[in-house]
Write a protein of this length. Sequence first.
Length: 486
Amino acid sequence: MKKQVSLLLAALLLLGALSATAGCTQPSPSAASSAPSASTEPAAEIAVAKAYIIVQGYEWGPAIPKIVLEFAEDVSGFANDTFEVAFGTTKRTVKEVYSSDADGNQAGGGKYLTIEMAVKSSEASPFAYDMEKNANMWAETMDFKVTVAAGKSFSVGSASYTAGDACSCSAKAEDRKVPQTVGWVKDTVEYQEEGKDITLTRAAWAPEGADSDSGKNPLIIWLHGMGEGGTDIDIALLGNEVSALTAENETNVQKYFAVDGLAGAYVLAVQTPTMWMDTDGSFTFNNNNVPEGEKQESWYTEALWKAITTYVEGNPDVDTSRIYVGGCSNGGYMTMNMMFEHGDYFAAFFPVCEAYLNQCVSDEMIQQIKDYNIWFVQSEDDGTVNPMEYALPTYMRLLEADAQNIWFTLTDHVRGTDDPEPWSWTGTGTYDGHWSWIYVFNDQVTTRFDPAKVSSVADLTSGNCTVDGVNLWQWMSEQRLPQAAE
């Protein structure tokens, strides 16, 4: 039997009053509490005052492992199997349900309920890709539905909800919470020289206790890929999982730097409003029709230089003999660019699937960098940046120039740990071959070529990349500028 007309009118009035602040459709709790059993009564709308999404970075990028529902009264009577959650047509696997605070941290009770879900690479990304700008953006809304599972129920205050009752929620971008980036100090850097007016965004992270440990600490600089440009530094921190450089887990690379009484390494991420491979600040690629032996120019070279040097100058605890820079794809290009333009400033470089054309590297440039400390990383199935046109021949030329501390890790595919069987449009059960930064952030760069066994580019295959025993991050932590020994 349908609910009384007066109750429906009351529900509609309450919905109108709450709509300005609620993320979900609002019913009358009294209507829900007076409903007969689910078998004879239409499903009720769960009265949720607000819905939040918790965003976390993974090896493939960001995803939503938790949602937080805010109610007008205390919520109770639920269990881990009380709810089903779907993002669009994708049903998520619920792992745990608990009372929490507004940020999704467990609490003893109250009006907040957190639903934690398993995450796969194909599920619930909060990013939307802008094809015109070639950049990730935050999705304007994230729509999901929470339904009470068959045979289950829970309560909000005196109102009870039973099987089939549901909330159709729409969390806006401002309703997201990103715990991993809260501890980063974020700012902007203005560059107004050479007729340019550039604003770069940056974020810096400090290891706990760095200001009171045994000495000055090294600095790791990360330069993002093409899809992470813009003015929201969280996109750059999450798109390539830069947060992995600071995470407290088994792959935390800080352990290589937290030695001899030091707290660890500082981390600095810098974001361009467009892309690093931009010739004029308007998304114009710098690798088209460039004459052989002529440098690829970036609109942002000196702006980035200012962003780096002003951070170092403003942090007297940075060990200037141990500054390391790396990045992937566009950021790998910019790593090479900084190597060519300001190479003596850095103790080591780690270009990942770098996009600096080998034909644009002159013999003079090879001689300039052959004594630097460099570790290249790429997968040979990279379909975006062909290794045979970029990093591999450059590496070969460096070996021929008698480089002594330049290494290369080449894999056959890109495999992960967060999702061992990721969805892939290649149908291989591995990630896109361009995503070799996954190995870097997972601390899995542990093999390399033996230069003594490389006589030509033909020898540079993943099958020959077998020398193990040295780890990229461990190696990097040991690199210092020559003057440090004086």
